[in-house]
Design a protein around this ligand. Structure first.
Ligand code: PLP
Length: 367
């Protein structure tokens, strides 16, 4: 079998090896079915069992209460940038958005096509080409409208490497979260949210399937005048089977959530994630300024760790040497530069430890 390298890609991202091996084993024919997951009807019993288990596993892991629906949709998190306002903004047609990065800005752009967007806070800094984010706003900075249809925030900013440590307090207004890059990295209190959405390809599965968790009462806001495929109510009424869902994607989510349950659940996963991130942040902080963390310390992400060296030339040298040594995907997003190590749930602790020795060694040789 081909040797696997350390995959620090921000997305599509690493999946648990155990899951990949099981998929490989059963790809030709699902046990007891005699056909592959890609060849069976989305209305067949074997698929129903997979779909139902994926939802049950998610409910168990996140403690999703009964008054919430779980949907598997398509169009990526990016389509949710439109579906959220189309379904949830009426009748007031105004919503609060907290801007903490590029994905927040894209969500805001779509919401503005639907109604009035109040930027409750933005932490953007810099000028022109050199705009960036490096922190999460404090609760006291939020200028919330108590009459807004909802408040939208991005729990983890994949590109800048910042993350909300706890969700914002928004009173009685429904909280909507783009959790694409940190879903399932720890347990959250789902009751605090009206809607959570996440593209699967960062921390949960392959691209092509998007998870939506929505409070039942909010589904009532979807108007019949909406296009069928853009209407949450239609997807809820049809258990995400109005049309053919990404059956393969839901199958992988089922296996990944099964893997998480077997490992001991999200508190266990969080402890592992915290330890992994601590190992790398410690290396950055103890390098005497050789490595500089991009995010402010109290806004640091456990999933995407962003840092710089003193020059672009040195950054390029490190990335080139790291790539040769089998550490893939460390180049920062083109809008930020520097380096980014994405260490999602499936990324092994050993890989972070090995990267840290590599970085210490690089500093010694190039200090
Ligand atoms: C990757 C990402 C997206 C975009 O997801 P697509 O599935 O490609 O549309 C949106 N939000 C966040 C936070 C992301 O990390």
């Amino acid at each position: 079998m081909e040797k696997r390298i350390y995959n620090f890609s921000a997305g599509p991202a690493i999946l648990p090896e155990e899951v990949l091996l099981e998929v490989q084993k059963d790809l030709f024919a699902l046990p007891g079915v005699g056909m592959s997951i890609m060849e069976i009807s989305h209305r067949s019993k074997p698929y129903d069992a997979i779909h139902t288990e994926a939802k049950a596993n998610l409910s168990k892991l996140l403690g999703i209460p009964d008054d919430y629906e779980i949907l598997f949709l398509q169009g990526g998190a990016s389509l949710q940038f439109s579906m959220v306002p189309l379904n949830l903004m009426p009748p007031k047609n105004k919503a609060d958005y907290i801007s903490t990065g590029s994905w927040s800005k894209k969500a805001i752009k779509e919401a503005k096509r639907v109604g009035t967007v109040n930027i409750a806070a933005t932490t953007e800094e810099g000028e022109g080409e050199h705009k960036y984010f490096k922190r999460i706003p404090k609760q006291s900075e939020l200028k919330l409208d108590p009459d807004a249809s909802y408040v939208h925030f991005t729990s983890n900013n994949t590109i800048f490497g910042t993350q909300w440590q706890t969700e914002p307090e928004v009173g009685k207004v429904s909280l909507v979260c783009d959790a694409s890059s940190d879903i399932l990295h720890k347990k959250i209190d789902v009751k605090k949210y009206g809607l959570i959405y996440a593209g699967a390809q960062k921390n949960m599965g392959p691209s092509g399937v998007t998870l939506v968790i929505i409070r039942k009462e909010l589904v009532e806001r979807s108007q019949d005048s909406l296009h069928t495929m853009l209407n949450y109510k239609i997807h809820v009424e049809n258990d995400s089977l109005y049309n053919t869902p990404t059956t393969f994607g839901v199958y992988i989510i089922m296996l990944v959530t099964r893997w998480l349950l077997k490992m001991g659940g999200l508190d266990k996963m969080y402890a592992i994630n915290k330890n992994k991130a601590d190992i790398l942040y410690r290396c950055i902080d103890e390098s005497g300024g050789y490595y500089k963390g991009h995010a402010e310390k109290d806004s640091r992400s456990l999933m995407n760790l962003t840092f710089n060296l003193s020059s672009e030339a040195l950054e390029k040298k490190l990335i080139d040497e790291a790539t040769k040594a089998g550490y893939n995907g460390l180049k920062g997003h083109r809008s930020v530069g520097g380096l980014r190590a994405s260490i999602y749930n499936a990324f092994p602790t050993k890989g972070v430890e090995d990267l840290v020795s590599f970085m210490k060694d690089f500093q010694k040789k190039n200090g």
